[in-house]
Design a protein around this ligand. Structure first.
Ligand SMILES: [Cu+2]
Length: 281
């Protein structure tokens, strides 16, 4: 039995047993619920319920490939199997699925973090391989999960994202970042100011590797990537924003939008949606 078939049989029952309600509040000065996702080659372990409002998401990548996590709100209670098919085939151009972002991507052994505002409703959480959307590959069943965002015990109020020290705007076809990037742990507000959906990968080039090689890899991910992925935001629909936290070291980084444009049959990075940034002390 292949590993993928074995995963499809074994993982769902394990995940059901391990699924739990997220802790409602974390102590200390950081507001919001804590939401921990652990991704392996066999599936994705995460809470199946969380309180509405601010949610601090951390993605631990225990798999052997780049991984990210997408929060997708759904207005219609379509069976998960149908939603899953839309997600894994990247055929998501339906008005009842809303891409609200999430942490992206983390290299194997790495962590990616994001803070989001989630409204009440029914969602799916997708932890599919963070590669070019046009690449078809096997997916274990547990890689796309149901998530319910509930009203929570406290008073209902409209939550807003905390202030961030750096702002990044995404649009067709570039990124704008306010001010220089210095080494250290930075919080970035990522906002989709464009008309189309966009994402951002933040990658640190390995020594001797180039931005052109990074672009080539996300377009056709063959072999080991020429970079270390350190974070970013998964697909955001127009007008959406999340905060991400990234640990920067001095060096050369590239911002990339890896989404696929079915009209032009090119990735957004193929339209020029990439930016090279040098991080200094
Ligand atoms: Cu884009």
């Amino acid at each position: 039995m292949s590993r993928w078939i074995l995963a499809a049989v074994v993982v769902p029952c394990c995940l059901t047993a391990q699924a739990r309600r997220a802790r409602p509040m974390r102590p200390g000065p950081i507001p919001g619920s804590e939401f921990v996702i652990t991704v392996t080659d066999e599936g994705c372990e995460a809470p199946d319920q969380v309180d509405a409002g601010l949610v601090n998401v951390r993605l631990f990548n225990r798999s052997t490939t780049l991984r990210h996590a997408e929060f997708i709100k759904r207005d219609r209670l379509t069976p998960l199997s149908e939603v899953r098919e839309l997600v894994v085939t990247n055929d998501r151009n339906v008005p009842w699925l809303h891409a609200l972002g999430g942490p992206a991507p983390a290299s194997p052994g790495g962590v990616a973090s994001a803070t989001m505002v989630l409204e009440r409703g029914n969602y799916v959480l997708s932890c599919v391989f963070a590669g070019t959307p046009s690449v078809r590959q096997p997916f274990p069943d547990g890689i796309v999960k149901e998530l319910v965002v509930t009203a929570g015990p406290g008073p209902t109020r409209r939550e807003v994202l905390p202030n961030a020290e750096i702002a990044m705007r995404l649009f067709e076809w570039n990124f704008v970042v306010d001010g220089p990037l210095f080494a250290g742990r930075r919080t970035i507000r990522v906002e989709n100011a464009g008309r189309l959906e966009h994402n951002v990968w933040i990658v640190r080039l390995l020594p001797g590797r180039t931005a052109e090689q990074a672009v080539a890899w996300v377009t056709e991910p063959l072999g080991a990537p020429p970079f270390e992925a350190v974070g970013g935001a998964t697909e955001l629909e127009a007008g959406q924003a999340i905060n991400i936290t990234v640990d920067f070291r001095p060096g050369e980084y590239v911002f990339l939008c890896t989404l696929y444009n079915p009209l032009s049959r090119r990735t957004h990075v193929g339209h020029g949606m990439m930016k090279v940034v040098r991080v200094v002390n």
